[in-house]
Ligand binder design. Sequence first.
Ligand code: KIV
Ligand code: NA
Length: 265
Amino acid sequence: YKRITTKSLIEMKANGEKISMLTAYDFTMAKIVDTAGIDVILVGDSASNVMAGHETTLPITLDQMIYHASSVVRAIERSLVVVDLPFGSYQSDPKEALRSAIRIMKESGGHAVKLEGGKEIKESIKKILNAGIPVMGHLGLTPQSIYKFGTYTVRAKEDEEADKLIEDAKLLERLGCFALVLEKIPAHLAEKVAKSIAIPVIGIGAGGGVDGQVLVIHDMLGMNNEFSPRFLRRYMDLYEGMTKAIGQYVADVKSSDFPNEKEQY
Ligand code: KIV
Ligand code: NA
């Protein structure tokens, strides 16, 4: 694929090709992620945690999401850019949801939006889709509802919640969503959902029986050594690497080793 579209992702699922997705929130990181061959870049509201240092995803604003998303869009050549609608920008009514989605598309140049929830936000999803804006769903652990759940533990372990999740996944497909994120649910349930719908299911903490995987880039690069959920695989230890590099720089400045003769004009 020269350029990933929502159609490419549905084709990938049909062909049994797994979909790779990572978050990015800024130009430099997005350029690296895109060049390295990722299929989908998610400008997640996890920027609230990772970029701004908030404890939850709730405080980040639509303007801040647009700032992150427009920085990412300027960097990419191939990836599909999906942007989270932040908490408070779509829950109150479908018209507001559509206005928020339109602002993201117009002001950031992103290619699609992601919303958390199923049946509760059905009318909003319909309205956004009717405007020609592709929608990615997000079920399971939905961090914007953290104060309702109370914890970040595994979701849908009970039959009742699992049944609702399956219903919601089918509803999202029927409405016309092009894909769906399942966060932190039992692997067997995620696999069952992936097999029962034709649109791709991208998992995070949802096992290997789904159609693709997503991780927060700072987590998979090992920049945050305080966050170690079971589902996270660290591909680098950037925390260690960066701490060493910065420590060396400090020492070199203090000792007047830096800059040397060649590093000046
Ligand atoms: O905001 C985010 O990073 C996400 C992913 C974890 C799916 O929504
Ligand atoms: Na998110």
